[in-house]
Design a protein around this ligand. Structure first.
Ligand SMILES: Cc1cc2nc3c(=O)[nH]c(=O)nc-3n(C[C@H](O)[C@H](O)[C@H](O)COP(=O)(O)OP(=O)(O)OC[C@H]3O[C@@H](n4cnc5c(N)ncnc54)[C@H](O)[C@@H]3O)c2cc1C
Length: 475
C-alpha cells in the first residue's frame, strides 16, 4: 500500500487546480493539515474580516474534504517558528512519509517554509514544494542581463511570450479516497479577535462554489465591458475576486482560463475587456515577483532607496481624518467608509486615497499600507505594498511624483452622478449636481453634518512637488 501523504494548505483553500493537493493525492492516501496562529496574524496586521473569511473558507473546505474521505487536521501554533515541530510531530504520529505544500512569497512565509523543509529532510522524510499561487515561478522571468524587471510593461511583454508558448493548464479537482486514513478535527468557524459582522459575511460568501459562482457571473456579464467600466466605483464593473484569490479559494489559472474562454483563446488581442483583465492578473504576478526578487520591500523599505529619505510629516489629526473618512473630500471619505464597512475598496479609490495621504498630506505610505492591511479582506503584502509604493512614487514603475491625482476632478470623472458618494455619505444625499463633489460650495453647507476640507489641494500639491523634486535632484 502507498505511504500516507500529508498536504499542508495555507492560502490555497480549494480542491480544484491545487498542485500540492493533487500531487499528494496522486502519490497515495492524503491527510490535509492547516495551522492556526492568531498571534502571527496579528503581528502581520491581518484584518479580522480577512481571517474570518479564511476561517469560513476553511470550514467550507472541511465539509468538501469530508465528502472525499480526506481528513482535515488542525494544529494551533503560537508562532510560525513552531511550525516545523508541530508538522513533524503530526507526520510521525500518522506515519506519513511526505509533506506537500504550495509556495508562498513573503519573507516570513519563506523562512517558515524553508525551516519546515529542513526539518523534514533532517528527519529523513520527503518534502515537496510547488508553484501554485502564480503563473510563473518568481525569478523565472528575467531581463537579458538576468535581473528582475523594474518596469511592468517589459515584464508583461515577456509574460505574454511565455504564456503563448506554454499556457499553464488547470489541474482537475482532487479525487475521493476509499476510506479516511484517520479522524478529522472540527474546523473553527470563528475566533475571538477575528470576527466580521453578519452583513460583512453576507457580502463575501465563503467556499469554492461561491468563488466559482462570482467568477461565472463576472465572465458572463461584466468582463466584456471591464475596460470601459473598471474605473467607475459607482458601477459593479470589476470582478471582486481579490479576496478569493488572496485566500486561494480560486486560482489565478482558473481566472486566466475564464478570460481566455471569453476571448477565443487570445491573451493580448480580441475583446478589450478580457485583455484588460488579464493585464490586471499580470500586475498581481509582477508585484509578487518584485517581493521575492527585491526582499527590501518586505522589510518596509522603499523600493527606490533614495526615497527612504522623504521627510514625511507627523500629523495625527490628519491621519485620523483620513482613516475615518472625515477629510471633507467626499470621494475620499466615501472610499474609506466603503473600506471600513465592507473590507474592500475599488482600485481607482485605493490609488486616489493613497495618493492623497502620501502627497497632499505628506504622510508616510507605511501608515496607509498598515491601515489598509488592517482592514482589507483581500490584504496581500505584495499587491498592497506595490499599490502604496506606486502611489507614493517610491516604488517600481511608480507614478511620477509630479502626477498627483486631484480628488475633485477624479470624483467628477469617475463618479459622475455622485451615486457612489451618496451610497456611503448619506449626509450628502440631498446635494444636487456638482456640489456633491465639493459640498463646501453648497449654500447650506453649514447645516450639513460634514467637515470642511482639511487641506488646500493646490498648496499641498505644491508642497509635495517641492519635496519630491529636491529628492530627485539630490539622488
Ligand atoms: C494602494 C493600493 C493597495 C492595494 N492593496 C491590495 C491588496 O492588499 N490586495 C489585493 O489583492 N490588491 C490590492 N490592490 C490592487 C487592486 O486595487 C485590487 O486587487 C482590486 O481593487 C481588487 O478588486 P477586484 O478583485 O474587483 O479586481 P479586478 O479589477 O477584477 O482585477 C482582477 C484581479 O487582478 C488582481 N489585481 C488587480 N489590480 C491589481 C493591482 N494593481 N495590483 C495587484 N493585483 C491586482 C487582483 O487579484 C484582482 O482580484 C491595491 C491597490 C492599491 C492602489
Amino acid at each position: 500500500m502507498s505511504a500516507l501523504q500529508l498536504c499542508w494548505l495555507r492560502n490555497d483553500l480549494r480542491l480544484s487546480d491545487n498542485h500540492a493537493l493533487w500531487h499528494a493525492r496522486e502519490k497515495g492516501p492524503v491527510v490535509v493539515v492547516c495551522l492556526l496562529s492568531p498571534a502571527t496574524w496579528q503581528a502581520h496586521d491581518d484584518a479580522p474580516i480577512k481571517i474570518d473569511f479564511w476561517l469560513r473558507n476553511l470550514a467550507s473546505l472541511s465539509h468538501d474534504l469530508q465528502a472525499l474521505n480526506i481528513p482535515l487536521r488542525i494544529l494551533n501554533v503560537p508562532a510560525w517558528t513552531d511550525a516545523p515541530k508541530a508538522l513533524l510531530e503530526l507526520a510521525k504520529k500518522l506515519d506519513a512519509r511526505s509533506l506537500h505544500f504550495n509556495d508562498e512569497y513573503g519573507i516570513h512565509e519563506q523562512q517558515r517554509d524553508d525551516a519546515v523543509a529542513e526539518a523534514f529532510t533532517a528527519a529523513d522524510l520527503d518534502c515537496q514544494r510547488y508553484t501554485d499561487q502564480l503563473l510563473f515561478n518568481p525569478g523565472s522571468l528575467l531581463t537579458q542581463a538576468g535581473s528582475m524587471f523594474k518596469v511592468y510593461s517589459q515584464f508583461r511583454r515577456l509574460a505574454y511570450r511565455e504564456l503563448h508558448r506554454n499556457t499553464p493548464a488547470c489541474l482537475p479537482p482532487v479525487q475521493a479516497q476509499n476510506q479516511a486514513p484517520c479522524a478529522s478535527d472540527p474546523a473553527p468557524t470563528e475566533l475571538d479577535d477575528f470576527r466580521a459582522s453578519d452583513s460583512q459575511r453576507a457580502l463575501w460568501p465563503a467556499g469554492e462554489a461561491a468563488a466559482v459562482a462570482r467568477m461565472d457571473l463576472f465572465s458572463e456579464q461584466i468582463m466584456t465591458h471591464y475596460d470601459e467600466q473598471r474605473n467607475r466605483p459607482d458601477l459593479d464593473g470589476t470582478s471582486r475576486l481579490s479576496a478569493y484569490l488572496t485566500g486561494g479559494v480560486l486560482s489565478v489559472r482558473q481566472c486566466l482560463h475564464a478570460a481566455l474562454a471569453c476571448n477565443q483563446g487570445e491573451f493580448d488581442s480580441g475583446n478589450a475587456g478580457a485583455v484588460s483583465w488579464i493585464n490586471e492578473l499580470l500586475w498581481r504576478e509582477f508585484y509578487k515577483h518584485i517581493l521575492v526578487c527585491y526582499p527590501r520591500v518586505s522589510r518596509h523599505r522603499a523600493f527606490r532607496p533614495e526615497m527612504d529619505s522623504v521627510p514625511w510629516r507627523q500629523d495625527a489629526d490628519a491621519l485620523k481624518a483620513w482613516q475615518q473618512g472625515k477629510t471633507g473630500f467626499p470621494i475620499l471619505d466615501a472610499a474609506m467608509r466603503q473600506l471600513l464597512a465592507t473590507g474592500w475598496m475599488h482600485n481607482r479609490l485605493r490609488m486616489l486615497s493613497a495618493m492623497f495621504l502620501t502627497k497632499n498630506l505628506l504622510i508616510d505610505w507605511r501608515e496607509g499600507e498598515r491601515w489598509f492591511m488592517q482592514h482589507l479582506i483581500d490584504g496581500d503584502l505584495a499587491a498592497n505594498n506595490g499599490g502604496w509604493q506606486w502611489s507614493a512614487s517610491t516604488g517600481t514603475d511608480a507614478a511620477p511624483y509630479f502626477r498627483i491625482f486631484n480628488p475633485l476632478t477624479q470624483s467628477e470623472k469617475f463618479d459622475p452622478q455622485g451615486d457612489f458618494i451618496r451610497q456611503w455619505l448619506p449626509e450628502l444625499s440631498g446635494l444636487k449636481g456638482k456640489q456633491i463633489h465639493q459640498p463646501v460650495k453648497a449654500d447650506l453647507f453649514s447645516a450639513i453634518d460634514y467637515p470642511a476640507a482639511i487641506v488646500d489641494l493646490k498648496q499641498t500639491r505644491q508642497r509635495a512637488l517641492e519635496v519630491f523634486k529636491s529628492l530627485g535632484e539630490s539622488a
